[in-house]
Design a protein around this ligand. Structure first.
Ligand code: HEC
Length: 190
């Protein structure tokens, strides 16, 4: 029995809206990769908003997940650029270097460039040049960051599987939300 869905993303329509045809076979294969134990994406980007940062009325405690994904390793000890070191700037704890909240992946296909500093241009590069190689630091010629989360452990992925994972991520775009005049410039719609 389909439930009433506010979300119009093809993925939600497929998963909860009783419309098995709403996403492609490629996106379904990508869903398996995303939730599988080889890629581990869903451990940090899980739940209904694809993040481990969630707060709502029925939750006893807010979920707050900060992780270092190995984007930088400037000094071999995991350093991020000094002006952008994540929650270390707030806690002062060296172990918090490079830790950022896992963002939602809803509408991710239309919100590039990616990461807290916009340093990765495309979703393909996020997969191939960052997560698959134990963090982008490695693509920059550095060693994998010793501070990265243990789940960022690299993986082998074929070009066809990257396409599948991208198809899944694209199925999280809610066109009707993005084009809803109620979320637009109030000066234009009143
Ligand atoms: C250990 C937790 C963790 C795992 C596992 C993980 N992510 Fe992330 N992800 C994060 C965090 C934290 C950020 C933000 C990092 C930053 O901005 O420096 C992020 C950022 C991203 C972004 C960019 C979001 C934006 O708005 O810029 C994408 C896309 C993404 N992750 C996809 C994935 C995919 C696909 C996988 C699986 C291959 C994955 N993540 C695995 C924690 C994780």
């Amino acid at each position: 029995m389909p439930i009433l869905l506010w979300s119009k993303t093809p993925y939600d329509q497929y998963k909860y809206g009783g419309k098995p045809q709403a996403i492609s076979a490629a996106a379904i294969r990508g869903e398996d990769l995303f939730f599988g134990d080889e890629l581990e994406c869903s451990h940090c980007h899980g739940g209904f908003n694809f993040t481990d940062n969630v707060q709502h009325k029925r939750l006893a405690y807010p979920e707050i997940g900060y992780h270092n994904t190995g984007l930088y390793n400037l000094d071999g000890k995991g350093a991020y650029p000094a002006d952008n070191a994540g929650i270390r700037a707030i806690t002062g704890d060296a172990a918090d270097e490079g830790k950022f909240r896992s963002p939602t992946l809803r509408n991710i296909a239309v919100t590039g460039p990616y990461m807290h500093d916009g340093s990765i241009n495309s979703l393909r590069e996020v997969i191939v040049k960052h997560y698959a190689v134990k963090g982008r630091a490695v693509s920059d010629g550095q060693a994998p960051s010793p501070l990265r989360d243990p789940l960022i452990d690299g993986f082998k992925i074929t070009d066809a599987e990257v396409d599948d994972l991208l198809a899944f991520l694209e199925s999280l775009t809610d066109q009707s939300f993005l084009t809803n005049p109620r979320h637009a410039d109030p000066a234009k719609y009143h």
